[in-house]
Design a protein around this ligand. Structure first.
Ligand SMILES: [Zn+2]
Length: 401
Protein backbone atom coordinates (compact mmCIF):
# COMPACT_ATOMS: atom_id res chain seq x y z
CA UNK A 1 0.00 0.00 0.00
CA UNK A 2 1.23 3.46 -0.85
CA UNK A 3 2.30 5.70 2.05
CA UNK A 4 -0.40 8.34 1.36
CA UNK A 5 -3.07 5.64 1.52
CA UNK A 6 -1.76 4.43 4.88
CA UNK A 7 -1.77 8.02 6.20
CA UNK A 8 -5.30 8.57 4.88
CA UNK A 9 -6.52 5.39 6.61
CA UNK A 10 -4.88 6.40 9.90
CA UNK A 11 -6.40 9.91 9.72
CA UNK A 12 -9.80 8.45 8.88
CA UNK A 13 -9.55 6.00 11.81
CA UNK A 14 -8.53 8.81 14.18
CA UNK A 15 -11.46 10.95 13.03
CA UNK A 16 -13.81 8.05 13.68
CA UNK A 17 -12.31 7.44 17.13
CA UNK A 18 -12.67 11.14 17.98
CA UNK A 19 -16.41 10.80 17.38
CA UNK A 20 -16.88 8.14 20.08
CA UNK A 21 -17.36 10.64 22.96
CA UNK A 22 -20.00 12.52 20.97
CA UNK A 23 -21.86 9.31 20.10
CA UNK A 24 -21.81 8.48 23.81
CA UNK A 25 -23.07 12.02 24.55
CA UNK A 26 -25.97 11.43 22.18
CA UNK A 27 -26.85 8.31 24.20
CA UNK A 28 -26.65 10.42 27.38
CA UNK A 29 -28.92 13.12 25.90
CA UNK A 30 -31.43 10.36 25.23
CA UNK A 31 -31.16 9.15 28.85
CA UNK A 32 -31.60 12.72 30.14
CA UNK A 33 -34.63 13.28 27.89
CA UNK A 34 -36.13 10.08 29.33
CA UNK A 35 -35.56 11.26 32.92
CA UNK A 36 -37.11 14.64 32.15
CA UNK A 37 -40.18 13.07 30.59
CA UNK A 38 -40.59 10.82 33.67
CA UNK A 39 -40.36 13.94 35.86
CA UNK A 40 -43.04 15.71 33.80
CA UNK A 41 -45.35 12.73 34.29
CA UNK A 42 -44.92 12.79 38.07
CA UNK A 43 -45.16 16.59 38.43
CA UNK A 44 -46.77 17.51 41.73
CA UNK A 45 -49.81 19.67 41.32
CA UNK A 46 -49.39 22.67 43.61
CA UNK A 47 -52.54 24.74 43.90
CA UNK A 48 -51.93 28.44 44.45
CA UNK A 49 -55.10 30.12 45.70
CA UNK A 50 -53.84 33.69 45.41
CA UNK A 51 -51.49 33.99 42.44
CA UNK A 52 -51.40 33.10 38.75
CA UNK A 53 -48.05 32.22 37.14
CA UNK A 54 -47.25 33.88 33.78
CA UNK A 55 -44.15 32.70 31.96
CA UNK A 56 -42.11 34.59 29.43
CA UNK A 57 -38.81 35.57 27.92
CA UNK A 58 -36.90 38.79 28.59
CA UNK A 59 -34.16 40.29 26.39
CA UNK A 60 -35.09 39.39 22.84
CA UNK A 61 -33.74 40.88 19.60
CA UNK A 62 -34.84 40.77 15.98
CA UNK A 63 -33.32 42.15 12.77
CA UNK A 64 -34.93 45.55 13.62
CA UNK A 65 -32.13 46.44 16.01
CA UNK A 66 -29.19 44.90 14.10
CA UNK A 67 -26.89 42.02 15.26
CA UNK A 68 -29.75 39.59 14.63
CA UNK A 69 -31.23 37.66 11.75
CA UNK A 70 -34.54 36.87 13.49
CA UNK A 71 -37.88 37.79 11.94
CA UNK A 72 -41.18 38.59 13.69
CA UNK A 73 -42.66 35.43 12.14
CA UNK A 74 -39.98 33.18 13.63
CA UNK A 75 -40.29 34.96 16.96
CA UNK A 76 -44.07 34.73 17.26
CA UNK A 77 -43.95 31.09 16.13
CA UNK A 78 -41.28 30.28 18.76
CA UNK A 79 -43.24 32.01 21.52
CA UNK A 80 -46.51 30.34 20.47
CA UNK A 81 -45.27 26.75 20.43
CA UNK A 82 -43.74 27.34 23.88
CA UNK A 83 -47.08 28.74 25.14
CA UNK A 84 -45.35 31.85 26.48
CA UNK A 85 -47.52 34.52 28.08
CA UNK A 86 -45.15 37.41 27.40
CA UNK A 87 -42.00 38.42 25.54
CA UNK A 88 -39.97 41.51 26.47
CA UNK A 89 -38.37 42.84 23.28
CA UNK A 90 -35.07 44.69 23.74
CA UNK A 91 -34.02 45.98 20.34
CA UNK A 92 -30.73 47.85 20.05
CA UNK A 93 -31.21 51.59 19.67
CA UNK A 94 -30.44 53.76 16.66
CA UNK A 95 -29.75 57.48 16.47
CA UNK A 96 -31.84 57.58 13.27
CA UNK A 97 -35.08 55.88 14.34
CA UNK A 98 -36.99 54.69 17.41
CA UNK A 99 -36.51 50.90 17.42
CA UNK A 100 -39.15 50.50 20.16
CA UNK A 101 -41.77 51.97 17.78
CA UNK A 102 -40.90 49.42 15.10
CA UNK A 103 -40.68 46.22 17.13
CA UNK A 104 -43.48 43.99 18.37
CA UNK A 105 -45.78 45.33 21.06
CA UNK A 106 -49.22 44.54 22.33
CA UNK A 107 -50.89 41.20 21.86
CA UNK A 108 -50.03 38.77 19.05
CA UNK A 109 -51.44 35.23 19.08
CA UNK A 110 -52.48 35.91 22.67
CA UNK A 111 -48.89 36.68 23.76
CA UNK A 112 -48.13 40.06 25.33
CA UNK A 113 -45.13 41.80 23.73
CA UNK A 114 -43.42 44.67 25.55
CA UNK A 115 -41.40 47.00 23.30
CA UNK A 116 -38.24 47.54 25.33
CA UNK A 117 -34.74 48.43 24.19
CA UNK A 118 -31.13 47.59 24.99
CA UNK A 119 -29.30 50.79 25.81
CA UNK A 120 -25.70 51.78 26.47
CA UNK A 121 -24.94 54.94 28.45
CA UNK A 122 -21.90 57.22 28.16
CA UNK A 123 -20.58 55.37 31.25
CA UNK A 124 -20.49 52.20 29.03
CA UNK A 125 -23.13 50.53 31.24
CA UNK A 126 -25.78 48.45 29.49
CA UNK A 127 -29.45 48.35 30.43
CA UNK A 128 -32.66 46.81 29.28
CA UNK A 129 -35.11 49.71 29.18
CA UNK A 130 -38.78 48.81 29.73
CA UNK A 131 -40.48 50.07 27.81
CA UNK A 132 -38.43 51.83 25.16
CA UNK A 133 -38.53 55.40 23.87
CA UNK A 134 -37.22 57.65 21.09
CA UNK A 135 -34.82 59.34 23.55
CA UNK A 136 -33.10 56.02 24.32
CA UNK A 137 -31.09 56.47 21.09
CA UNK A 138 -29.30 59.38 22.81
CA UNK A 139 -28.54 57.53 26.08
CA UNK A 140 -24.93 57.08 24.95
CA UNK A 141 -24.46 60.85 25.42
CA UNK A 142 -25.37 60.88 29.13
CA UNK A 143 -23.99 59.20 32.25
CA UNK A 144 -25.65 56.24 33.94
CA UNK A 145 -27.06 58.30 36.89
CA UNK A 146 -28.51 60.88 34.46
CA UNK A 147 -30.03 58.14 32.33
CA UNK A 148 -31.62 56.44 35.35
CA UNK A 149 -33.01 59.72 36.62
CA UNK A 150 -34.61 60.44 33.22
CA UNK A 151 -36.19 57.04 32.73
CA UNK A 152 -37.54 56.88 36.30
CA UNK A 153 -39.14 60.31 35.79
CA UNK A 154 -40.94 58.66 32.84
CA UNK A 155 -41.99 55.66 35.00
CA UNK A 156 -39.77 53.24 33.09
CA UNK A 157 -37.56 50.42 34.37
CA UNK A 158 -33.85 49.84 33.73
CA UNK A 159 -32.35 46.41 34.36
CA UNK A 160 -28.60 45.81 34.16
CA UNK A 161 -27.58 43.50 31.33
CA UNK A 162 -24.00 42.13 31.05
CA UNK A 163 -23.38 42.66 34.80
CA UNK A 164 -19.85 41.30 34.31
CA UNK A 165 -19.01 44.54 32.42
CA UNK A 166 -21.15 46.90 34.49
CA UNK A 167 -19.43 49.71 36.45
CA UNK A 168 -21.80 52.14 38.20
CA UNK A 169 -22.97 49.92 41.07
CA UNK A 170 -24.10 52.75 43.37
CA UNK A 171 -26.67 53.97 40.79
CA UNK A 172 -30.42 53.53 41.17
CA UNK A 173 -31.12 50.61 38.76
CA UNK A 174 -34.13 48.28 39.08
CA UNK A 175 -32.61 44.82 38.69
CA UNK A 176 -29.88 42.55 37.34
CA UNK A 177 -29.86 39.94 34.58
CA UNK A 178 -28.09 37.25 36.63
CA UNK A 179 -28.23 34.59 33.89
CA UNK A 180 -27.79 35.24 30.19
CA UNK A 181 -28.31 32.40 27.76
CA UNK A 182 -26.28 34.26 25.15
CA UNK A 183 -23.29 34.84 27.46
CA UNK A 184 -23.52 31.22 28.57
CA UNK A 185 -23.61 30.02 24.94
CA UNK A 186 -20.63 32.18 24.01
CA UNK A 187 -18.54 30.55 26.74
CA UNK A 188 -19.16 27.06 25.36
CA UNK A 189 -16.18 25.19 23.91
CA UNK A 190 -16.85 25.50 20.17
CA UNK A 191 -15.15 22.21 19.26
CA UNK A 192 -17.30 20.20 21.70
CA UNK A 193 -20.48 22.06 20.79
CA UNK A 194 -19.89 21.58 17.07
CA UNK A 195 -19.76 17.79 17.36
CA UNK A 196 -22.46 17.57 20.04
CA UNK A 197 -24.65 19.66 17.74
CA UNK A 198 -23.91 17.51 14.69
CA UNK A 199 -24.75 14.29 16.54
CA UNK A 200 -27.56 15.43 18.81
CA UNK A 201 -28.99 18.83 17.90
CA UNK A 202 -31.78 17.65 15.63
CA UNK A 203 -33.12 15.30 18.30
CA UNK A 204 -32.34 17.24 21.51
CA UNK A 205 -31.73 20.92 20.64
CA UNK A 206 -32.58 22.33 24.09
CA UNK A 207 -30.53 19.71 25.94
CA UNK A 208 -27.40 20.39 23.84
CA UNK A 209 -27.59 23.97 25.16
CA UNK A 210 -28.58 23.01 28.71
CA UNK A 211 -25.63 20.64 29.07
CA UNK A 212 -23.33 23.68 29.00
CA UNK A 213 -25.31 25.72 31.56
CA UNK A 214 -23.33 27.00 34.51
CA UNK A 215 -24.60 28.51 37.74
CA UNK A 216 -23.94 32.24 37.40
CA UNK A 217 -22.07 32.42 40.72
CA UNK A 218 -20.40 35.81 40.26
CA UNK A 219 -23.59 37.53 39.11
CA UNK A 220 -25.57 36.02 41.98
CA UNK A 221 -22.92 37.23 44.41
CA UNK A 222 -23.20 40.76 42.96
CA UNK A 223 -26.98 40.57 43.17
CA UNK A 224 -26.80 39.45 46.81
CA UNK A 225 -24.51 42.37 47.65
CA UNK A 226 -26.97 44.81 46.03
CA UNK A 227 -30.06 43.16 47.57
CA UNK A 228 -28.48 43.41 51.04
CA UNK A 229 -28.59 47.19 50.65
CA UNK A 230 -31.82 47.79 48.73
CA UNK A 231 -34.63 46.02 46.91
CA UNK A 232 -33.68 44.71 43.48
CA UNK A 233 -34.98 42.16 40.96
CA UNK A 234 -33.05 39.23 39.54
CA UNK A 235 -34.06 37.66 36.23
CA UNK A 236 -32.72 35.63 33.31
CA UNK A 237 -32.24 37.03 29.84
CA UNK A 238 -32.34 34.92 26.75
CA UNK A 239 -30.57 37.66 24.72
CA UNK A 240 -32.12 35.85 21.77
CA UNK A 241 -30.61 36.97 18.48
CA UNK A 242 -31.33 33.89 16.39
CA UNK A 243 -27.85 34.26 14.92
CA UNK A 244 -25.57 31.71 16.62
CA UNK A 245 -25.04 28.65 14.49
CA UNK A 246 -23.33 27.23 11.47
CA UNK A 247 -24.05 25.55 8.16
CA UNK A 248 -21.79 23.26 6.21
CA UNK A 249 -22.84 23.98 2.63
CA UNK A 250 -24.83 26.81 1.20
CA UNK A 251 -25.27 29.30 -1.61
CA UNK A 252 -25.65 33.06 -1.90
CA UNK A 253 -29.44 32.79 -2.08
CA UNK A 254 -29.45 31.63 1.54
CA UNK A 255 -30.13 27.93 0.87
CA UNK A 256 -28.22 25.94 3.45
CA UNK A 257 -27.50 22.26 3.93
CA UNK A 258 -26.86 20.89 7.45
CA UNK A 259 -27.98 24.21 8.88
CA UNK A 260 -27.86 24.33 12.67
CA UNK A 261 -29.13 27.44 14.42
CA UNK A 262 -28.25 27.00 18.08
CA UNK A 263 -30.34 29.91 19.30
CA UNK A 264 -33.53 29.55 17.26
CA UNK A 265 -36.34 31.28 19.18
CA UNK A 266 -38.38 28.08 19.49
CA UNK A 267 -35.41 26.34 21.14
CA UNK A 268 -34.27 29.00 23.56
CA UNK A 269 -37.78 29.96 24.67
CA UNK A 270 -37.97 26.43 26.05
CA UNK A 271 -34.71 26.53 28.04
CA UNK A 272 -35.06 29.32 30.61
CA UNK A 273 -38.06 31.48 31.47
CA UNK A 274 -39.05 34.17 33.90
CA UNK A 275 -42.20 33.32 35.84
CA UNK A 276 -44.16 36.32 37.02
CA UNK A 277 -46.80 36.08 39.77
CA UNK A 278 -49.92 38.25 39.63
CA UNK A 279 -52.82 38.08 42.04
CA UNK A 280 -55.70 36.19 40.49
CA UNK A 281 -57.96 39.23 40.32
CA UNK A 282 -55.28 41.28 38.52
CA UNK A 283 -55.56 41.65 34.76
CA UNK A 284 -52.55 40.39 32.81
CA UNK A 285 -51.41 43.50 30.97
CA UNK A 286 -48.19 45.45 30.39
CA UNK A 287 -48.63 47.73 33.38
CA UNK A 288 -49.16 44.88 35.85
CA UNK A 289 -46.40 42.78 34.28
CA UNK A 290 -43.82 45.58 34.61
CA UNK A 291 -45.03 46.33 38.11
CA UNK A 292 -44.53 42.70 39.15
CA UNK A 293 -41.03 42.67 37.59
CA UNK A 294 -40.14 45.88 39.41
CA UNK A 295 -41.35 44.40 42.70
CA UNK A 296 -39.48 41.11 42.20
CA UNK A 297 -42.68 39.05 42.17
CA UNK A 298 -40.95 36.61 39.85
CA UNK A 299 -38.48 33.74 39.66
CA UNK A 300 -36.15 32.18 37.10
CA UNK A 301 -37.16 28.71 35.94
CA UNK A 302 -34.93 26.47 33.80
CA UNK A 303 -38.03 24.88 32.34
CA UNK A 304 -35.97 22.70 29.97
CA UNK A 305 -35.29 20.47 33.01
CA UNK A 306 -38.97 20.28 33.95
CA UNK A 307 -41.73 22.88 34.05
CA UNK A 308 -41.30 25.14 37.08
CA UNK A 309 -44.84 26.54 37.18
CA UNK A 310 -46.20 25.89 40.67
CA UNK A 311 -43.00 26.90 42.48
CA UNK A 312 -43.72 29.27 45.35
CA UNK A 313 -41.61 31.17 47.90
CA UNK A 314 -43.54 32.99 50.61
CA UNK A 315 -43.21 34.34 54.15
CA UNK A 316 -45.69 34.44 57.02
CA UNK A 317 -45.12 36.27 60.32
CA UNK A 318 -48.45 35.49 61.94
CA UNK A 319 -49.89 38.88 60.99
CA UNK A 320 -49.25 38.99 57.24
CA UNK A 321 -48.28 36.84 54.26
CA UNK A 322 -45.77 38.02 51.65
CA UNK A 323 -44.11 36.57 48.58
CA UNK A 324 -40.74 36.83 46.85
CA UNK A 325 -39.81 40.44 46.24
CA UNK A 326 -41.67 41.65 49.34
CA UNK A 327 -40.58 42.93 52.75
CA UNK A 328 -41.87 41.40 55.96
CA UNK A 329 -41.37 42.44 59.59
CA UNK A 330 -39.34 40.15 61.88
CA UNK A 331 -41.52 38.67 64.62
CA UNK A 332 -41.14 35.58 66.83
CA UNK A 333 -42.78 33.45 64.14
CA UNK A 334 -41.51 34.30 60.69
CA UNK A 335 -41.70 31.20 58.51
CA UNK A 336 -40.30 31.04 55.00
CA UNK A 337 -42.13 28.48 52.91
CA UNK A 338 -40.85 26.94 49.66
CA UNK A 339 -43.06 24.71 47.51
CA UNK A 340 -41.76 23.02 44.36
CA UNK A 341 -43.57 20.95 41.72
CA UNK A 342 -40.82 18.24 41.75
CA UNK A 343 -38.94 16.39 44.46
CA UNK A 344 -35.80 18.47 44.73
CA UNK A 345 -32.98 19.87 46.87
CA UNK A 346 -34.00 23.20 48.36
CA UNK A 347 -31.36 25.71 49.46
CA UNK A 348 -31.97 28.98 51.31
CA UNK A 349 -29.43 31.80 51.28
CA UNK A 350 -29.35 34.65 53.77
CA UNK A 351 -27.38 37.70 52.52
CA UNK A 352 -25.71 35.36 50.02
CA UNK A 353 -24.66 32.72 52.60
CA UNK A 354 -26.22 29.25 52.60
CA UNK A 355 -28.25 28.85 55.81
CA UNK A 356 -30.46 25.86 54.95
CA UNK A 357 -30.37 22.86 52.65
CA UNK A 358 -32.55 19.77 52.45
CA UNK A 359 -32.80 17.04 49.82
CA UNK A 360 -35.78 15.04 48.51
CA UNK A 361 -38.36 17.67 49.38
CA UNK A 362 -41.33 19.25 47.64
CA UNK A 363 -41.93 21.75 50.45
CA UNK A 364 -40.03 23.10 53.42
CA UNK A 365 -40.69 25.58 56.23
CA UNK A 366 -37.75 27.57 57.54
CA UNK A 367 -38.01 29.45 60.82
CA UNK A 368 -36.35 32.87 60.48
CA UNK A 369 -34.64 34.19 63.58
CA UNK A 370 -32.67 37.10 62.12
CA UNK A 371 -33.26 40.02 59.82
CA UNK A 372 -31.77 39.65 56.36
CA UNK A 373 -32.30 39.12 52.64
CA UNK A 374 -33.42 35.54 51.97
CA UNK A 375 -33.65 33.82 48.60
CA UNK A 376 -33.84 30.23 47.48
CA UNK A 377 -32.34 27.98 44.80
CA UNK A 378 -33.77 24.58 43.89
CA UNK A 379 -31.80 21.71 42.31
CA UNK A 380 -32.85 18.43 40.68
CA UNK A 381 -29.79 16.32 41.55
CA UNK A 382 -31.39 13.20 40.04
CA UNK A 383 -30.72 14.61 36.55
CA UNK A 384 -26.99 14.14 37.17
CA UNK A 385 -24.10 16.42 36.23
CA UNK A 386 -24.11 19.39 35.58
CA UNK A 387 -27.59 19.82 37.12
CA UNK A 388 -26.42 18.99 40.65
CA UNK A 389 -24.53 22.30 40.47
CA UNK A 390 -26.79 24.25 38.13
CA UNK A 391 -30.04 25.39 39.75
CA UNK A 392 -33.42 24.47 38.34
CA UNK A 393 -35.04 27.49 40.00
CA UNK A 394 -33.63 30.79 41.30
CA UNK A 395 -36.06 32.91 43.30
CA UNK A 396 -36.12 36.60 44.09
CA UNK A 397 -35.52 37.44 47.73
CA UNK A 398 -37.81 38.10 50.65
CA UNK A 399 -36.52 40.96 52.82
CA UNK A 400 -36.98 40.32 56.55
CA UNK A 401 -36.71 43.74 58.21
ZN1 LIG B 1 -28.90 41.94 23.80
Amino acid sequence: MKLWKKIAIVIFALLLLAQIPFIYNRYQFGQLAGKISTLENQKIKTENQIYNDYKGSIHVHTAIGGHSTGSFDELIFGATINALDFVVMTEHTSEFFDSSELTLRGSHQGILFVNGQEVETASRDRFLLLNGSAEAGKANKISTPEFLQQIHADNKLAFITYPEKYQTWDADFDGIEVFSLHTNAKNMNLYFVLFDALWSYYSYPELVLAKYFQRPGENLQKFDEVANQKKSTLFAGTDAHSNIGFHLFGDDAGNKIINIKLDAYKTIFHTVRNHVLLEKDQEFNQENLLDALKNGHCFVGFDVLSETEGFFFAADNGAERKIMGDEIALTENVILRVVTPQIARIVIFKNGEKVFEETNKTEINFHVKEKGTYRTEVYIDSLGSPFDKMPWIISNPIYVK
